[in-house]
Design a protein around this ligand. Sequence first.
Ligand code: SF4
Length: 565
Amino acid sequence: MSQFQGLSARFDAGHGPTVIAWLEWGITLVSGFVMHTLPPLSTPRAEDAPAPATPATPAADRKCQGTCPSCASRGSGASSDTSSDASSNAAPGTASASAVIAPPTSKTLPLRVDARLLGRYDVNGPRYTSYPTALQFNDDFGASDYARAAAQSKRSGKPLSLYVHVPFCDTVCFYCACTKIVTGNRAHADAYVARLHTEIARQASLLGAGRTLAQMHWGGGTPTFLSLEQIASLVDAIRRQFVMAPDDSAEYSIEIDPRSAGPASIRALRALGFNRLSIGVQDFDPRVQQAIHRVQPRALVEATLDAARECGIRSVNFDLIYGLPHQTPASFSKTLDAVIEMAPERLSVFSYAHLPQQFKMQRCLPDDLPAGPEKVALLQTIIARLTAAGYVYIGMDHFARPDDELARAQAAGTLHRNFQGYSTRADCDLIGVGMSSIGRIGDSYAQNAKTLRTYYEAIDAGGLAITRGVRLTDDDRLRRDVISRLMCHMSLNFEAIEQAHDIDFVAYFAAELGELADLAEDGLVAIDARGLRVLPAGRLLVRVIAQVFDSYRRSAANTRCAKVV
Ligand code: SF4
């Protein structure tokens, strides 16, 4: 499963009943801008983030080097919003109405799970891995637009990020909504790899061969559907075209299916230069694994993890999903026990979006899926367990150990959001290669053909495979900045935005500030003359807050986004 672009596609392209939610919201919008009296916001850019602090001192990592979240500070000095402690969270299976379950440590922002507010604001909305989102891409954007953006990027000489999409999987997981091709025929990979070679060379010639590659991510599908020889040949092609930044300063990651990539494969991938892995775990409960058609015992994942650590992979991410069949807070707690014991550096915990009309394989799942309060109870359990174990809640679905680059970037105010979810590499232009991949070059986004046939036809015709995209307007750039700061730093300093975009914030966003009054009334956000701050109860709903600044939010396409919980 693609942690990044596949998930982006999964959620951004999801169908859902949003109209009522939007009507309700629309009716309650008010035009008066309420200036709430609050403590002043902190300072610009780093302004939006908590001050860096001394790392926590963990103790329970199996190979503890003082970084394990299990031992990190449980937090002290809960904010004035505190109404109960993590340990007093609802009993398994029960969603408590309101519980502060992640009081702030010296490094983290406070977080409150409020079941009532989650229910009220569980509307459909984009995940803002881009702005405008992929739903706004259009086919007016073509090769010549991309060539112009690429020429500009070439002149800038800034470092690059590369995304390689491998769409094949040899078996299907019933919950999957990624862009993938399920096949047992490995011969498909040969034809695909040949096109990737061609595309990489063409992209390099447009963007400038010899440029530094500071980040690379392989997603899918299942990248390890390709043989090690095929992966090696592609890495070699990339090295011929670009200068790969040194291992200790770059992120080279790949999504792994431990059912097909064992310890020997992990060691080989490390030798090729990959220094990060993402493993699709979802749930360790055998009953859930049977139901989702992804049987993957804990021992298999552990062997992969051990191999990764032994050969010097410096960061491992686990994907988990809640909302799957048979999951209860009690059962998922056991999965979380195992996860906490294994202590991956990062966790992505996604809410399952059930869209059987759109994704036929989802019809194979049992009907009795956790929903509503059951899903909120699962979310409460996840946040309580992970934060008590010392993981930092980064935002949206992401958790990281306190010493992980993501957590440190958030603390330093340098976190960014892109198609790779949360990222520490802001200054890179992103090249996407492979079927359906998305790139971001300068002020434009571009997406490749979404089917194998059209992707092959485009590459074989002698060009790139870009079929749609968008060129940002000044307003798009401004709103992208606002939304990105909200998603990453949970606050906005008006002056910083004014200086960056030459606007008067309050005048420009008068309507949006009026709309935010209701969210402020509900305790999701606090606003004063200097800026805006997402409150503990608003952190899980940050995309609802961000959506207020999205000028496309009422477009028909946006009704196809997944819900917040
Ligand atoms: S079918 Fe399974 S392995 Fe393939 S992309 Fe979907 S979730 Fe990943």
